[in-house]
Design a protein around this ligand. Structure first.
Ligand SMILES: Cc1ncc(COP(=O)(O)O)c(C=O)c1O
Length: 361
């Protein structure tokens, strides 16, 4: 029998939120199923993006522009960077293993947090490099401890800001202090998947560090506020050298034609972004209150999901909610056996969630 490489045994597999179709099939559920498991936009895709996709469908027989020229051009206008500072990915998550492969040999190490986005671990695994995991402090990245954990062979530090699954942030002051001290031979990957949801003045402006010439790769996505998770589109911002190193590793045409077109239209869809934010803010208020009344511990969030602790095996709550037609997300693999990560839905979805929780608890 043919043997795959030994190091594959070390690679953990990402467990995505369960698709609606799968849950409906398994539980034979007939009514509407609400998915609050993957932090998608409950309002759906940007209408402008959808219109652009419909228009472009007939060109599906043509290969996409491998350079994402127009998409990058549009981003340069938004972000005031050069096209050579932008790497476009098939979702932002694609960029994590590419960056890791570009900078880490197996004898190198990377640093992340325990209880942080699990793809950091997978990315380090793929490069067969060590991931040093530093405990969270107060459910958020302990940047000081991460700096202390640096070894001679450390070449990368992953920070999800806000963090998934806790929804917490490293503040402007913490990030400033961190960049003052981080050694110059380490690449800092700043994953900002939920960036567009945040107005808080304590949230750092990571572009400052990019402009100062620090070794930073900033990741953003169209999967969240723009509602294009199924289309797959994300990007990374970094120095020309960093972006060129990622480009060496990507497959040709990694970003399909419809994604590029949808992304450009979505960037113009301010209305959808505003609406998404407003629904998220209203949802936060409602859910915080409801969780409080139910006596549940939750973490105030900077993203579009809330970490809720049920003080019991979360699998039981997860399954009970699923029988009520609501899919949430267990986060045991992040070290939280009693908590669920629950996406903030529309007003109606949130009400249905709380009704179901009252019943199952
Ligand atoms: C921190 C973080 N980064 C990246 C992603 C994935 O984004 P994409 O869909 O762009 O691959 C997510 C999605 O849940 C996330 O929470």
């Amino acid at each position: 029998m043919i043997q795959s490489r030994d190091f594959l045994k070390q690679i953990i597999t990402y467990k995505p939120g369960r698709p609606i179709e799968e849950v409906a099939r398994e539980l034979n559920l007939k009514g509407e199923i609400i998915k609050l498991a993957s932090n998608e936009n409950p309002l759906g895709a940007s209408p402008l993006a959808l219109r652009a996709i419909r228009k472009a469908l007939k060109e599906s027989y043509l290969y996409p522009d491998d350079n994402c020229y127009y998409f990058r051009k549009k981003l340069t206008e938004r972000l005031r960077v050069e096209p050579e500072n932008i790497f476009v990915g098939n979702g932002s998550v694609e960029i994590l293993p590419l960056a890791t492969l570009a900078y880490l040999d197996p004898e190198h190490s990377a640093i992340g947090s325990e209880g942080a986005f699990i793809w950091f671990k997978i990315a380090a695994n793929i490069a067969a490099a060590e991931l040093i995991e530093v405990p969270l402090r107060n459910y958020t990245h302990d940047l000081k401890a991460m700096l202390k954990a640096i070894k001679k062979n450390t070449r990368m530090i992953y920070i999800a800001n806000p963090n998934n699954p806790t929804g917490t942030i490293a503040t402007k002051e913490e990030v400033e202090e961190f960049f003052e001290q981080v050694p110059g031979d380490i690449l800092v990957v700043m994953d900002e998947a939920y960036f567009e949801y945040i107005d808080d003045p304590h949230y750092p402006n990571s572009f400052k560090y990019f402009r100062e010439g620090k070794n930073i790769l900033i990741l953003r996505t169209f999967s969240k506020i723009y509602g294009l998770a199924g289309v797959r589109l994300g990007y990374g911002i970094g120095s020309k050298e960093i972006i060129a190193s990622l480009a060496k590793l990507r497959i040709s045409f990694n970003v399909n034609r419809l994604s590029q077109i949808a992304g450009m239209a979505a960037l113009d869809d301010d209305r959808h972004v505003h609406k998404g934010k407003a629904v998220n803010e209203a949802g936060k208020e409602y859910l915080y209150n409801a969780y409080k009344k139910l006596g549940l511990f939750y973490l105030p969030t900077y993203a579009n999901f809330i970490f809720v602790d049920f003080a019991r095996d979360s699998q039981i709550v997860f399954e009970a909610l699923q029988r009520e037609g609501i899919i949430t997300r267990t986060i045991k693999e992040y070290g939280f056996p009693h908590a669920l990560r629950i996406t903030i839905g529309t007003e109606e979805q949130n009400r249905k969630l709380i009704r179901a929780l009252k019943k199952v608890l």
